[in-house]
Write a protein that binds this ligand. Structure first.
Ligand code: SAH
Length: 256
């Protein structure tokens, strides 16, 4: 008898005009091993299969004129309905520069769920009415423009897969990583101790774990402040808020 898995398989459905791009890079390394171990699964669905005319067309010229082609809303709806049928409990995410910036917090939520359906755009993108007619979350992976949603889908899936139980191993829960507490991670070093006259910071060789932890915290804060003022502002805002929240609670508890 086959033994039952002690974990849920995270199921990914990708709606794309290029199903042969999947699993692509996700066949390798951590994600590839996890795929073999059935910690996640992937089905790439050809959007063109939902075209209804005899030319199987998926796109048409933009209303109002202009360059490029637009993905047809009826074809997209049929593809999304298919994804909902095979994965009723999974959110559908459309990759688009007009979407909400993807965050590590959202990735964590997705990775904790049963899976995700990902809609990949091409050409000029989607007929906007799809976002009114179907429950779809618009997601942007950065303030850049790709030629298609497929690399964005691969990024999203990679970020989810590494968080699945057993994928990164016991060595790391990812809890110390960049963005997890609103900060960048501290910098890393490894042997050789000296390279081209540059040495590994003394404190990291001291063996004093408390001092090392304090140094890393300071570095994470300094680097976030200088490299990502946007993150720093949010982090220090949240910190001030929780400090004032704690003060208020203390004052309340003391009947003030
Ligand atoms: N005309 C669109 C860009 C289309 S790029 C615009 O200016 O907003 C073609 C497809 O690539 C998009 O439909 C989307 O699926 C994908 N794509 C491009 N950049 C992306 C990004 N930053 N995040 C997520 N998907 C992106």
């Amino acid at each position: 008898m086959q033994s039952r898995q002690d974990f849920m398989t995270f199921a990914a459905t990708v709606l794309t005009l290029y199903p042969e791009m999947f699993p692509g890079p996700l066949r390798h390394s951590l994600a590839g091993r996890a795929l073999e171990e059935r910690r996640w699964s992937i089905e790439a669905v050809q959007i063109r299969d939902f075209a209804t005319d005899k030319h199987r067309s998926v796109d048409d010229t933009p209303a109002g004129g202009g360059a490029g082609m637009v993905l047809k809303v009826d074809v997209l709806a049929a593809a999304i309905d298919h994804a909902r049928l095979i994965q009723p409990d999974c959110p559908v995410l459309a990759m688009t520069p007009r979407g909400k910036p993807l965050s590590q917090a959202r990735v964590r939520e997705l990775a904790a769920g049963p899976g995700v359906s990902v809609l990949c755009g091409r050409f000029e993108g989607f007929d906007e009415r799809i976002f009114e007619g179907r429950d779809v979350e618009e997601v942007c992976i950065g303030d850049i423009v790709l030629s298609g949603g497929e690399p964005a889908a691969i990024m999203l899936l990679d970020a989810c897969i590494r968080l699945l139980p057993g994928v990164m191993g016991a060595a790391s829960s990812g809890a110390e990583e960049s963005f997890e507490d609103g900060l960048l991670e501290y910098p890393h070093f490894t042997r050789p101790v000296e390279w081209e006259g540059r040495t590994i910071p003394e404190v990291l060789r001291s063996g004093d774990h408390a001092k090392i932890a304090a140094w890393r915290k300071q570095q994470a804060e300094d680097d976030t402040r200088s490299r990502r003022p946007d993150l720093w502002e949010r982090h220090s805002g949240a910190r001030d808020q929780s400090a004032s929240g704690a003060r208020q609670k203390r004052d309340r508890d003391q009947g003030q």
